[in-house]
Design a protein around this ligand. Structure first.
Ligand code: SF4
Length: 357
């Protein structure tokens, strides 16, 4: 039997029950989620679903991230609410692929962990099941494990196994609706490559990969959450007489409105602006402080600093532990007025941390 899998929380308890109810079936877990945005979230959900399959002794296959085809399939349905026609197409898309996969493997039964999700309609899924039976001759197994305390047991199973819990269904269009009251929708922000922002999906992916390493090494751990002050830089632009100045803006740099600033005081390759507490730092100083060899500002974007390095520079340059002063790296200082526009959000957030025993 091919069990289409959407995420670890829905897959875990579902597969456990499926194994009990179909002891003679060889179940293959087929993770197929081309609807997931962004790709790092797809990898994260796949990683954790694979982990739970391995725990349950179920073979795991990760399907293609067929994102463009999925976008084409739901075209025109972008604004549909959850459980509406976009979601029906989304289920069709996944279940048809699962049915094709089953045929390819010579299997004649298909089911899906979507049946476990309280956010998904059983009626919708069952009617798609009838279509794939007609089209592919593959039987859809519509088990309902949500009944008789199943949802509660599913949550306990997820907690016991410290599974990754996403907080949105998965697609680009759903995020807008499901997170519209959030100040920052992180899933819609793409940092430049290789820079990992705190509490971002990329950080979570790294976190869950590290957790797997602990499990491989048989190290006991517990996942807990901590609160912290997060930051996202949304825009940083510096010009002088309409000429754009190459620069790099450090984490936690904040000003509440555009400012025209000139360097008033210089010391040790640090320039102190005449307003808004702006601090300019020469690239050479960064190289010296962090033992780097950046030749120009562009280099920093290609080989970004680590967040810890940015915070270290801020700490060394500013005199307060809680500094939000804009710290801007320039190749050279000039005796000009810099027009600075920084749009940034500073907000309470939380992230998961590992406690090792
Ligand atoms: S909200 Fe969820 S089910 Fe609906 S289209 Fe998006 S990913 Fe698919």
């Amino acid at each position: 039997m091919i069990a289409h899998l959407c995420c670890s929380v829905d897959a875990g308890y579902f597969l456990k029950r499926l194994k009990e109810d179909f002891p003679d079936e060889k179940i293959i877990g087929f993770f197929y989620d081309p609807n997931i945005h962004p790709y790092s979230e797809f990898k994260l959900r796949s990683l954790d679903t694979k982990r739970i399959c391995e725990k349950l002794g179920i073979n795991y296959v990760e399907g293609d991230y067929n994102y463009e085809a999925w976008l084409r399939a739901v075209k025109g349905k972008e604004n549909e609410p959850e459980k509406g026609s976009r979601c029906s197409i989304c289920f069709d898309f996944s279940l048809e692929e699962a049915a094709r996969f089953a045929k390819e493997k010579g299997d004649n039964k298909v089911t899906t962990s979507l049946l476990m999700s309280p956010m998904k309609s059983h009626e919708q899924l069952e009617s798609i099941g009838k279509v794939i039976k007609r089209k592919y001759g593959v039987k859809f197994i519509a088990v309902d494990y949500r009944k008789k305390g199943g949802t509660q047991a599913q949550q306990e199973f997820a907690k016991e196994n410290q599974m990754y819990r996403q907080d949105y269904c998965g697609c680009l269009y759903g995020i807008w609706q499901q997170k519209e009251n959030q100040e920052i929708i992180d899933e819609l922000i793409s940092p430049y490559p290789f820079f990992i922002l705190p509490a971002s999906i990329e950080e979570r992916l790294e976190f869950y990969e590290n957790r797997l390493k602990l499990e491989d090494e048989n190290i006991k751990y517990k996942i807990i959450k901590e609160n912290f002050l997060n930051y996202r830089l949304l825009k940083s632009k510096i010009t002088s007489k309409k000429t754009v100045i190459n620069h790099y803006t450090l984490f936690y740099s904040y000003i509440d409105r555009p400012q025209r600033v000139r360097i008033e005081t210089k010391k040790d390759d640090i320039g102190y602006g005449n307003r808004a507490q702006v601090i300019f730092v020469k690239l050479g100083k960064i190289n010296a402080l962090l033992n780097k060899t950046y030749k120009n500002i562009k280099d920093i974007y290609i080989n970004p600093l680590k967040l810890e390095e940015e915070l270290m520079v801020r700490k060394k340059i500013t005199k307060t532990k809680y500094s939000l002063s804009p710290v801007i790296i320039l190749e050279e200082f000039e005796d000009i007025r810099y027009d600075i526009e920084i749009e940034a959000k500073i907000y309470p957030d939380n992230r998961e941390i590992l406690i090792k025993f």
